[in-house]
Design a protein around this ligand. Structure first.
Ligand SMILES: [Zn+2]
Length: 349
């Protein structure tokens, strides 16, 4: 293999190990036929899948010095532009179902020879929504696909995927990007946008949590939607500030009960509270600590003045444990109730 690592999936930021392993296998002709990309919404799973499809079919993939995928040949252009009939996305029906009918359709389609490309690629989006019955029905084709057919499963909630499926795919976990990468992306692509202040960039970098999808949503949102996004991000900060006032218990209960029932967003909320609490702990011990959650130093300073270290530490532990439980199959309402009573116990202690 003569390509430098810089030339492997140059359009994708970070996640270098996944990029390297997939690219090397493509160049050696040994890529496993069923791949699963796991990661949060907006982290770039679908974009990555199209890049893999292009790399598999790139006409210049063996040319020295060319990036992989080259992005210029006819195949790359067609695939990356979303125009190839041989790269297909399968996902839920409009009514939300992702069942055996879809799998049957997939099996029938996969045996038909490709139209124009060497390799046919099926992107199974939001795979975690597929019913267990349908996942079972897909096992055989995932294990023994027709020749030159690849499946790329995109998945957010891995706990909804059967072990038998996971054991038949090669899995790559895509990590959220660093704040630096998000900032560089925003500067490069939206830097000239009028009215965008440094303060707004800082906000977007924080609340996108390493997801370019979220960052793009935020930077292109109108002011009303942007306000909603910021309010949502500030919810953990609000809860922590309410905790300093014993009289505000009802408001805390309302906030927690009003949170989304979606496991991932809920887990993100608990994760943010944990990060906020850790920011406060770090600020109390060394003033110049870097911040995971709080956008400005003033806000973390203010929060750190009103909560004692011991309580902040307990809040961090409680929130971290609740986040873990949230990602398992725990009952959501029970989880929220337990979290609220845990918070109140800490405050009264
Ligand atoms: Zn190409």
């Amino acid at each position: 293999m003569s390509k430098s690592t810089l030339n492997l999936f140059p359009q994708l930021l970070e996640n270098n190990e996944a990029k390297r392993r997939i690219a090397v296998d493509i160049l050696n002709g040994t890529l496993f036929h069923s791949i699963m990309l796991v990661g949060a919404d907006g982290v770039g799973k679908r974009f990555f899948a199209y890049q893999i499809a292009a790399a598999l079919n790139c006409e210049k993939k063996n040319d020295d010095g060319m990036p992989l995928p080259c992005g210029e040949c006819a195949s790359c252009k067609k695939i990356l532009g979303g125009h190839s009939l041989d790269v297909m996305v399968f996902d839920r029906e409009e009514n939300g179902s992702f069942g055996v009918d879809k799998v049957r359709e997939l099996r029938e389609d996969a045996v038909v020879t490709s139209n124009e490309l060497d390799s046919k690629v099926y992107i199974l989006d939001d795979f975690h929504y597929m019913t267990h019955q349908a996942q079972n029905a897909a096992l055989k084709i995932l294990e023994e696909p027709p020749k030159n057919v690849y499946f790329i499963l995109l998945c957010r909630d891995i706990q909804n995927v059967l072990e038998t499926v996971i054991s038949r795919v090669i899995r790559f976990d895509l990590r959220p990007l660093s704040e630096d990468s998000v900032r560089r992306f925003l500067d490069a692509n939206y830097g000239g946008e009028t009215g965008k202040s440094v303060e707004k960039t800082n906000e977007i970098v924080k609340f996108s949590r390493g997801s370019l999808g979220c960052a793009i949503d935020a930077v292109t949102a109108d002011s009303e939607r942007y306000g909603e996004l910021i309010d949502e991000y500030r919810m953990p900060e609000k809860v922590l500030s309410l905790l300093t006032k014993r009289s505000e218990k009802l408001q805390i209960i309302d906030i927690i009960n009003g949170l989304s029932k979606d496991r991932q967003s809920l887990a993100a909320f608990f994760s943010d509270i944990e990060c906020a609490a850790r920011d406060i702990i770090a600020y109390k011990s060394s003033r110049d600590a870097s911040r995971e959650y709080y956008i400005t130093e003033d806000s973390v300073m203010e929060a750190s003045m009103s909560l004692p270290l011991r309580k902040v530490y307990m809040i961090a532990v409680l929130s971290g444990e609740t986040r873990e439980q949230c990602l398992r199959n725990t009952n959501i309402q029970l989880l929220k109730d337990k979290y609220v009573s845990g918070l109140i116990k800490i405050i009264n202690s």
